[in-house]
Design a protein around this ligand. Sequence first.
Ligand SMILES: Cc1cc2nc3c(=O)[nH]c(=O)nc-3n(C[C@H](O)[C@H](O)[C@H](O)COP(=O)(O)O)c2cc1C
Length: 240
Amino acid sequence: MAFAAAVVAGVRVRAGNKENNDMKKIIIIDGGPRRNMNTAQMLRRFAEGVTSVDESIEVKTVRLYDLDYKGCMSCMACKVKGRASNVCKFKDALTPLLEEIAQADGLVLGSPIYFGDVTGQMRAFLERLSFPWLSYNDYSMTAPKRMPVVLIETMNGLPDRNNSNGYGSMEYCIASALGEPEHLAAYNTYQVKDYGRFELASFSEEAKRRWRDAHWEEDLQKAFDAGRRMAQGAADGLLR
Ligand SMILES: Cc1cc2nc3c(=O)[nH]c(=O)nc-3n(C[C@H](O)[C@H](O)[C@H](O)COP(=O)(O)O)c2cc1C
């Protein structure tokens, strides 16, 4: 699928029509399959937070499930002597996105938790993003550019009772190469809109509704505020 078709919410608002070479770009990666459910809504609110501060910041949301790509192929092209690269050299639908992230001013990753981890799509993406950063000469992790990062996860689990490893071992790579990430989690999310339709007897729809009424707006607000903070950093020239 063409890269352009996979970009579902590229928001570009400029003051007037003037091209601005200093225009900042924040890339949001949606690692969940569902277009309008919990993870997607959190990411949308983040994007709204960014543009509420500065409409000239380009916010691009990419849905990994719309792209046809593989995890790291172990081709070692990024580590060839004299031609080592800290951006993945393997060519597929992820290539333009990885090149774009290398020059971005901020990165946001969002994923539902599946069996305790981020989705397989997110994990495969992170392999491609991170392996070229790793030097097997000295085990340093170097991205082309450091930038603020926010990691978002949504799950059934509760704050004090969940099985989430979040971004797991990939988080060390992100922190080393891009900078220490900020975390946001939405707990006890609505997994389906109508609990009566499915075999989900271990969940009480009533308890879910009570949790949602008490927390969901706040979760979305936290995403919005995180977007505002990232945009404010950009406006203040604080983006690394
Ligand atoms: C395949 C699958 C595995 C899941 N595994 C977990 C899990 O291990 N822990 C958990 O808390 N929630 C788990 N969930 C629930 C989702 O993480 C939760 O509903 C999430 O908010 C869904 O995000 P979405 O609405 O953006 O799709 C799982 C859901 C699916 C479909």
